[in-house]
Design a protein around this ligand. Structure first.
Ligand SMILES: NC(=O)c1ccc[n+]([C@@H]2O[C@H](COP(=O)([O-])OP(=O)(O)OC[C@H]3O[C@@H](n4cnc5c(N)ncnc54)[C@H](OP(=O)(O)O)[C@@H]3O)[C@@H](O)[C@H]2O)c1
Length: 282
């Protein structure tokens, strides 16, 4: 594998599962890795583990619960104050369906449907906040870790107040990430920043799968192979606006290609994240 020495990478949700393994692999390849999690002591343990493996100091940990947009703004500010360029942003952190059978609708600190907020809104805000240093690093890459599990968004019930189901909530957030990928890739065309999303692997042996499905079909290594390919391979370097099913470019749910639906989602998202004025974080 090609060295990532000199590259700075941020991986959200790198305290466990796919994000943690990917952080470990990128650190082993020489990248400066910015870890992120929501539990500072778990974050410290992961940072210590990886620094022991690599033996260098090219690691930092940022703490933010992504269910709070203020916490997202706050880590973005810390990252911007310490780094002038970000070569690879991996929006990976995610909340799955939760314990199976749990029908209680959950909301974020900002009052939005929780999975929509954590999996999608927070990453939308984080990405725009970090865009100046991502553009400064061009050629650079943004990767949204989505899923093959995608459910069309109902704009009359986007926060699932009428028809709540935690797995539907998860799947609509994953499709929202695909829609964001396509729009952002169009917006950044010609800047040297490519934007792609992927389904890493099906039912990997991670916490979210154990909690909701109780059985697994693949390993976190399978998912990390696909993520590493989309994030660092020469083949994927010239591709933008794509949805990968593991390493293969593939078709997402039809709503992703509906320009009216994407515009609607974007308008709502800009309002919810307060990015509808100039796209600078306050
Ligand atoms: N597992 C699969 O089969 C599968 C399939 C398709 C797509 N994916 C996607 O792959 C990504 C990684 O999932 P995984 O399977 O590795 O899951 P995981 O092992 O449960 O890890 C999820 C990561 O996200 C963090 N996280 C969760 N809620 C958060 C919040 N509110 N604020 C900040 N961080 C939060 C977790 O922190 P803690 O360490 O504190 O829990 C953890 O670091 C997700 O986006 C998921 O949708 C997974």
């Amino acid at each position: 594998m090609e060295s990532l020495s000199g590259k700075t990478v941020l991986i959200t949700g790198s305290t466990d599962g796919l994000g943690k393994l990917t952080a470990r692999r990128f650190a082993a390849r020489g990248a400066f890795v910015l870890l992120h999690g929501r539990d500072a002591s778990k974050g410290k343990t992961v940072l210590d583990e990886i620094s022991k493996e690599t033996g260098d100091g090219n690691l930092e940990y940022y703490n933010a619960d992504l269910s709070s947009l203020d916490e997202v703004r706050s880590i973005a500010k810390s990252i911007l104050s310490r780094h002038e360029k970000l070569d690879i942003l991996i929006n990976n952190a995610g909340l799955g369906g939760g314990p199976r059978g749990n029908a209680t609708r959950e909301v974020s600190g900002d009052g939005y449907e929780l999975r929509f907020a954590v999996n999608y809104l927070s990453h939308f805000l984080l990405t725009y906040a970090l865009l100046p240093i991502i553009k400064a690093a061009a050629p650079s890459r943004i990767i949204n870790v989505s899923s093959i599990g995608q459910h069309p968004l109902d704009f009359n019930d986007l926060m699932l107040e009428k028809n709540y189901d935690s797995f539907r909530a998860y799947r609509q957030s994953k499709l929202a990430q695909v829609m964001f990928t396509i729009d952002l890739a169009n917006e950044l065309s010609g800047t040297g920043v490519v934007v792609n999303c992927l389904h890493p692997a099906t039912l990997m042996n991670t916490n979210m799968v154990h909690e909701f499905f109780g059985s697994t079909m693949s390993t976190v290594e399978n998912g990390a192979d696909a993520l590493e390919y989309v994030a660092t391979s020469a083949e994927a370097a010239g591709i933008t606006g794509a949805y990968f099913n593991q390493k293969r470019q593939s078709k997402a749910n039809g709503q992703a290609y509906d320009t009216v639906a994407r515009r609607k989602l974007r308008e709502i998202t800009l309002r919810l994240t307060k990015l509808d004025g100039p796209k600078v974080i306050q």
